[in-house]
Unconditional design. Structure first.
Length: 147
């Protein structure tokens, strides 16, 4: 290789590296939606969740913790939109995203299809305990202080 060829190759590499637009996207600056069907955050539609604990029992990573309570004898036991009678009232539905591998087993075993994958990624956090989320909505006044 002579000097002229070396300069030509070096200029071509320089041009490619610095003058062509970037094809990658920086994550914090630009947020892209995940492709359809991606396994990202888990969502629970509590109007359909009957409190059966199937998702908790089948989770291979043991990252779902569900607390339920019986309906009072005075209350009429509700039904889902498909007519399935609720077994228990869900008081908390905690998912530890530090452990979750998004395998989808919990979504598959749900008898009422109350569990599904959300369209958003789980946002990165600085502390591990910030990735342990209770999906049951609680009014702000009843929430515990989070560090």
């Amino acid at each position: 290789m002579n000097l002229q060829q070396v300069i030509k190759v070096a200029f071509k590499r320089f041009k490619t590296a610095f003058l062509t637009p970037s094809v990658t996207v920086e994550y914090p600056a630009v947020y892209k939606q995940p492709p359809h069907g991606s396994r990202v955050a888990i969502r629970n539609l509590f109007s359909e969740c009957i409190g059966c604990h199937d998702c908790e029992a089948k989770c291979p990573m043991d990252c779902i913790k569900m607390n339920t309570e019986d309906f009072s004898k005075l209350d009429k036991v509700p039904k889902t939109a498909k007519g399935i009678i609720f077994e228990k009232k869900v008081t908390s539905f905690i998912i530890d995203y530090n452990e979750c591998t998004n395998c989808g087993i919990c979504v598959e075993v749900c008898p009422t299809q109350a569990l599904s994958f959300d369209k958003n990624f789980i946002q990165p956090k600085q502390k591990q305990k910030q990735l342990i989320l209770d999906l049951v909505h609680k009014p702000r006044s009843l929430r515990k202080d989070e560090d």
